[in-house]
Design a protein around this ligand. Sequence first.
Ligand SMILES: [Zn+2]
Length: 174
Amino acid sequence: MKKAEAESARLLHQYGIEAPPVDVHRLARALGIDVQLERLDRSVSGMLVRSPSDDAAVIVVNGQHADVRQRFTIAHELGHFLLHRGRPVIVDHLTRAHVNMRDETSSLATSTEEIAANQFAASLLMPTDWVTSAINSLDHLSSSRQVAALASTFDVSEQAMEYRLINLGLRAAP
Ligand SMILES: [Zn+2]
């Protein structure tokens, strides 16, 4: 299991979360992270700002984005918080372009971190075994209705769910 997947599973287990939708606001509070909704530039999905000692952090989310997008952003920033210590400020853009205030020349490391944070977010909001058992109960539906039903159950966008299903090998890539 990848580290991001393992960390998200550990977090859900630690807080006794056993069914969708995952309450990312509750998880952030439990980790001592303040979540603030702000009017940010349309291209910015959110950011993680933390103290040098790692004992205080704030996730700022673009409050103008759809609720499902905000949930994914919070989960993504929780991934940075748990997986990428020692980064005082991380700003995330919708384009997946990424600015790291301390280390902006290291684009390879940066994109590796973005991939890990996205894996963390996807597996936190859509854990493999939950998705597998949920899709098994939707056998009677067409695949597009399955995606819509799953997205609603997990409170994620249909796009995020579709992508997750492809990554889990539960659906062929288009
Ligand atoms: Zn990021």
